[in-house]
Design a protein around this ligand. Structure first.
Ligand code: FE2
Ligand code: FE2
Length: 195
């Protein structure tokens, strides 16, 4: 910036074609205080699942907490536990393909195996009930041989399909908050990241 140039409060462009570096610096400054709000938004959205039982014996928040608690008590690392906590966050925003929402939200922050598991857990979870609703419980077989097949199957078997127990003592949402904040603190992967 040349001497005497004002620091912009806001960008002045009407079209991106005419935008300048100064415009984008103003936008970056305005966005900075909001960095770190993602976990708050995710927690707020998880709370929307409270009391939404959808016909199951436990509501969707309890199912999420139970899945994450089982993973945590089984010694899984923080990233895995956070994936477990958020795995069904798409239930109400993306009911036709809920697994893809958590996968997209967490992709920048988690391993490829965890991302793949989030994205495919809907099909793998079907092994436990698709035959009761006229679907093929072996739908997951299309992925047999994939490097993350067993990892995903294990998630569903150990933590997801069994987390509908009203008598299970789950950890509260607050207990997972610090983990969620750490895991989502900085994206490892983003098209907006400068090398
Ligand atoms: Fe799910
Ligand atoms: Fe689930």
């Amino acid at each position: 910036m040349a001497d005497g140039d004002a620091i912009l409060d806001r960008a002045t462009f009407r079209t991106m074609v005419e935008s300048t570096a100064e415009d984008w610096q103003a936008i970056a400054r305005a966005a900075a205080p909001h960095r770190g709000e993602l976990p708050d938004r995710l927690l707020a959205h998880l709370r929307l699942l409270d009391n939404d039982h959808g016909g199951f014996a436990v509501d969707r928040l309890e199912h999420s907490l139970q899945t994450a608690t089982r993973a945590h008590r089984d010694g899984r690392d923080e990233e895995y536990v956070v994936c477990a906590l958020l795995h069904d966050i798409g239930d109400i925003l993306l009911p036709a393909n809920h697994a893809e929402l958590a996968a997209a939200i967490l992709k920048p922050y988690v391993s490829e195996a965890n991302h793949w598991t989030l994205e495919h857990h809907g099909v793998f979870q079907g092994y436990y009930f698709f035959h009761h609703i006229g679907l093929d419980r072996d739908m997951r077989e299309q992925f047999r041989g994939h490097p993350h097949f067993e990892y995903c199957a294990q998630f569903c078997h150990l933590y997801d399909q069994n987390s509908f127990d009203p008598d299970y003592e789950s950890m509260p949402l607050e207990a997972f908050e610090p983990m969620l904040r750490r895991v989502t603190a900085a994206p490892k992967l983003s098209i907006y990241k400068v090398d």
